[in-house]
Design a protein around this ligand. Structure first.
Ligand SMILES: Nc1ncnc2c1ncn2[C@@H]1O[C@H](COP(=O)(O)OP(=O)(O)OP(=O)(O)O)[C@@H](O)[C@H]1O
Ligand SMILES: [Mg+2]
Length: 294
C-alpha cells in the first residue's frame, strides 16, 4: 500500500515510453490493482456503517448474501443498504462481482443463502418478471433489450405496456422526445438502425416510461463519447431527483459514478472493502490511486 508513484518524467519499471515525445505513465497493472484492492478488505464496513449511509432507513437491503453461478460462489456474505430515492455506485476491479450484485438483485444468479428485501418484501426468490411486477425492480441495459424491428417510439412504449398503463406511457414517451431530439428525429425508424450510443439512450430513457421503483444499471457510460455519457447521466439524474427512483449502478468510470451517486461501495473479490458517501470515496486516497487514475 505504501508504494510510491514515480515522479513525473522519472524512468522506472512503471513508466513506459510512448510514441513520439513524452512518456506514458502506466498507473498500475490490473493484477496489482486487484492485489492492492484485496488488502483493503481487511476493514470491511460494519452493518452500522452501512446503516448510517441510509440514515438507518433502508428501502432495499441485501443481507449476508452468498450467491453465484452454478455451484460457484462469487459473492461472500455480501451486504448492501440503500434508502428510497438514493443512488449507489459499485466500483472495483474487473471480476470483483459488481455485475453479479445486480444479477442477484434481479434474479439471475443462484442464491445459496442470505436475503434481499425491498420495502419490507422478501424478494430473494422471485423470478425476474416477478421482481418487476411485485417489487418494481428493473434491470436496464440488459443485452438485446431493444427490439430492432420495432420503431424507436414503440420500443419506448413497451415499458409502459409492460406495466399495463399505455396512456401514461405515451405521455412519458412524448416527454422523452421533447427532451432528446436525437431520439425524436428517429422516433418512426426501426430501432435496429440506431448507433450504439443512441441505442443506449433509448434503453435508459425507457426507464422514464417504465417508471420502476428500483433501477439496476450496469455500466451506463461504457463505450460512449462524453456527450452521450452526459446525456445518460442526465436521464439517471432525472429518474432519481425528479421521479424519486432508487438507483443501483455499476460504473467503470468511477469518477463519474461516484460524483453522481450518494453512496459508493468498493467491491473486491465478492466482498465490500469500503463503503462511504460518493463524495468521500472521491477524496479517499486509496480509491483515487486504484480506481480514479491518480
Ligand atoms: N454467467 C456466468 N457464469 C459463470 N460465471 C460467471 C458468470 N458471470 C460472471 N461470472 C464470474 O463471476 C465473477 C464476477 O463477475 P462479474 O461479472 O460480477 O464481475 P464484475 O465486477 O462485474 O467485472 P467487470 O468489471 O469486468 O464487469 C467472475 O469471475 C466471472 O467470471
Ligand atoms: Mg460487470
Amino acid at each position: 500500500m505504501s508504494e510510491k508513484k514515480p515522479n513525473k518524467g522519472q524512468k522506472s519499471r512503471k513508466g513506459v515510453s510512448g510514441y513520439g515525445i513524452g512518456g506514458v505513465d502506466v498507473v498500475m497493472s490490473v493484477d496489482q490493482v486487484a492485489k492492492e484492492a484485496a488488502s483493503m478488505s481487511d476493514a470491511a464496513p460494519s452493518s452500522d456503517a452501512l446503516g448510517k449511509l441510509v440514515e438507518n432507513n433502508p428501502y432495499l437491503t441485501i443481507n449476508d448474501l452468498r450467491a453465484g453461478y452454478g455451484k460457484m460462489e462469487i459473492l461472500h456474505d455480501f451486504n448492501l443498504q440503500i434508502g428510497k430515492g438514493q443512488s449507489l455506485c459499485l466500483i472495483g476491479p474487473n471480476g470483483a462481482g459488481k455485475s453479479t450484485v445486480l444479477h442477484s438483485i434481479f434474479g439471475f444468479t443462484n442464491i445459496f443463502s442470505g436475503s434481499i428485501v425491498v420495502d419490507g418484501l422478501d424478494v430473494t426468490s422471485l423470478t425476474p418478471s416477478q421482481k418487476l411486477s411485485k417489487a418494481g425492480i428493473a434491470y436496464i441495459l440488459q443485452d438485446k433489450s431493444v427490439f430492432p424491428q420495432m420503431t424507436v417510439e414503440e420500443n419506448l412504449l413497451m415499458g409502459g405496456f409492460l406495466k399495463g398503463r399505455p396512456a401514461e406511457a405515451k405521455q412519458a414517451a412524448d416527454m422523452v422526445f421533447d427532451k432528446y431530439k436525437r431520439l425524436a428525429d428517429r422516433r418512426d425508424k426501426p430501432a435496429g438502425v440506431l448507433s450504439g450510443g443512441e441505442r443506449r439512450l433509448l434503453e435508459i430513457s425507457r426507464a422514464l416510461v417504465m417508471q420502476p421503483e428500483v433501477l439496476l444499471v450496469d455500466e451506463p457510460s461504457i463505450g460512449l463519447e462524453p456527450r452521450f455519457i452526459d446525456m445518460v447521466f442526465e436521464i439517471l439524474e432525472d429518474l432519481q431527483k425528479k421521479d424519486g427512483k432508487t438507483i443501483i449502478m455499476v460504473e467503470q468510470n468511477a469518477k463519474k459514478g461516484l460524483a453522481f451517486a450518494d453512496i459508493g461501495y468498493v467491491l473486491v473479490s465478492g466482498e465490500t472493502a469500503i463503503a462511504d458517501t460518493g463524495d468521500n470515496l472521491l477524496k479517499n486516497p486509496d480509491v483515487g490511486r486504484l480506481f480514479l487514475g491518480g
